[in-house]
Ligand binder design. Sequence first.
Ligand SMILES: [Zn+2]
Length: 91
Amino acid sequence: MRIVCPFCGERELGEFTYLGDAKPVRPAAGASQDEVFDYVYLRDNVAGGTSEYWYHGGGCRAWLKITRNTLTHEISSVDPAAGVGAAKAGA
Ligand SMILES: [Zn+2]
């Protein structure tokens, strides 16, 4: 699998580290114990399209948000994750 980093171009998978599902959203302060448990421990095992965080440690060190099909490994989008990566993209 090859990933096209928005800052470095197309690179091989070994330069990247998978950081997990990008869909869970941190519960608000005061959320119930069940909501926090679900956020921390429960993840869907998606067969198909999913959104994930990846880290380009072998390149620009940007956090990326990648939309990927887990069955075919086809990548449909690679975007800077919010924060430092997004700021670099605008530079
Ligand atoms: Zn990069």
